[in-house]
Design a protein around this ligand. Structure first.
Ligand SMILES: Cc1cc2nc3c(=O)[nH]c(=O)nc-3n(C[C@H](O)[C@H](O)[C@H](O)COP(=O)(O)OP(=O)(O)OC[C@H]3O[C@@H](n4cnc5c(N)ncnc54)[C@H](O)[C@@H]3O)c2cc1C
Length: 378
């Protein structure tokens, strides 16, 4: 494998970097902001991206995209994530909410939603997890009960990022309680101001507004809000989550924190300390391993293959590199790590949540055991 970028890709990265340098404050990190401030910032930033076609560059031209290659999508993700992800929750709209609507939406849904997303006018949240349905998502119990041409939504979603500021919720609900659990699920595109929907923040150790609970108390959902076939939401979700799992260039962000840790270590004259150098080297090797694996995923995708198996291994490598960078930063800064502006503090949230969000480490390992190693019953 050789990583020489073709001229047009290198030029795209250069243009992105120039744009980001001119647009963002130095050392910008959206994770330092509270939910409302972050949302205001990202809406403004998304419009700037949109005017250049860089908010939804991979989308078909008819829906506001540039039909960019899988490699250019990767470059976009690396540059955004490496610069503190100024799009914040917009990355979800772009990476998989919009593509889900392109894949399964009616003409009316496409007309209504896709322009709003590609112009950066709206943000979305993901209503999947429930108090008793996380890793085992197919056990979800939020219900969608037919009532004439409408559905009545009842239940609770939990840990919903961005819900407090989002305009729409991409909701999974059980529309057929009698069917096999994967075959009774439908998707709904629910405005967050729908009567009966209450969104509350779940306090956490992370910045304000990180997690929310969304309670659906008899929310009336017209049939026009349903995305895809009735009871046929699961195959759509499976396809999209495969993209979601590799859609965030975690290794790239981790490496930016690692470089900061190296800078601190150099300034402190401790690079020769074997404990420090080993921790930094381990972290660097893990970042590189995750990068090579995701490049393999993108290569397979660019060749029209379904890279599920490599994607499982990549996710494990990405989780590992987030953790090792955090550990290296702790080693470098020692007790100074408790300062809120330390490198370790900046990396803390990513290291802690990496192995939970978008599927836990244990579930990825189970998939590797079952589908790659062939362990029966894993
Ligand atoms: C930062 C962050 C953002 C999130 N944002 C969203 C969001 O926007 N929308 C949303 O819907 N959800 C969101 N989540 C929730 C996330 O998807 C769930 O936390 C995750 O799927 C795990 O579910 P759970 O918390 O219910 O844990 P559980 O599924 O209860 O798991 C608990 C522990 O048991 C382990 N475990 C469970 N089953 C098995 C098994 N079969 N074999 C081995 N180990 C097992 C798990 O690996 C884990 O360690 C977010 C989570 C985080 C951390």
């Amino acid at each position: 494998m050789e990583f020489n970028w073709p001229d047009e890709d290198a030029q795209f990265r250069g243009e992105l970097r120039d744009f980001l340098a001119a647009t963002l404050p130095e050392d910008f990190d959206a994770f330092d902001m509270g939910a409302r401030e972050r949302d205001n910032f990202s809406r403004d930033f998304a419009k700037k991206l949109s005017t250049r076609g860089w908010l939804t560059p991979a989308w078909p031209k008819q829906y506001g995209g540039l039909e960019q290659s899988a490699w250019q999508q990767l470059i976009l993700s690396e540059e955004m994530v490496g610069h503190g992800e100024p799009r914040t929750g917009q990355y979800m709209c772009v990476n998989w909410v919009g593509p889900a609507i392109i894949l399964a939406g009616t003409d009316e849904q496409k007309d209504y939603h896709l322009g709003r997303i590609s112009r950066g006018d709206v943000t979305w949240c993901q209503g999947f997890s429930e108090p008793d349905a996380g890793s085992d998502l197919a056990s979800l119990r939020t219900s969608a009960t037919r009532d004439g041409d409408d559905y009545i939504l009842r239940g609770e979603k939990i840990w919903t990022s961005y819900a407090g500021v989002a305009d729409f919720c991409f909701l999974l609900a059980r529309s057929d309680p009698e069917a096999h659990r994967h075959r009774g699920i439908s998707i709904f595109l629910v405005p967050t101001d729908a009567p009966g929907l209450t969104i509350r923040e779940i306090p956490s150790v992370f910045r304000e507004g990180t997690f929310n609970s969304c309670v659906f108390d008899e929310v009336r959902a017209p049939e026009a809000w349903r995305l895809g076939p009735e009871h046929g939401g699961w195959p759509i979700i499976r396809k999209l989550l495969a993209n979601e799992r590799v859609g965030v260039a975690r290794y790239h962000r981790a490496e930016t924190f690692l470089l900061k840790a190296v800078k601190v270590a150099k300034a402190a004259g401790i690079m020769d300390d074997p404990i420090i150098s080993e921790a930094l080297a381990k972290a660097k090797a893990a970042c590189d391993a995750a990068r090579v694996l995701v490049y393999q995923v993108v290569d397979e995708r660019a060749k029209g293959r379904q890279p599920d198996l490599t994607a499982y291994v990549y996710r494990v490598a990405a989780i590992r590199c987030e953790k090792l960078v955090y550990e290296a930063a702790l080693r470098v800064q020692g007790s100074d790590s408790v300062a809120p502006d330390s490198v370790a503090a900046g990396q803390f949230q990513h290291a802690v949540t990496a192995g939970v969000a978008t599927g836990t480490l244990e579930m990825q390992l189970n998939l590797i055991a079952r589908d790659i190693i062939g362990v029966a019953g894993a």
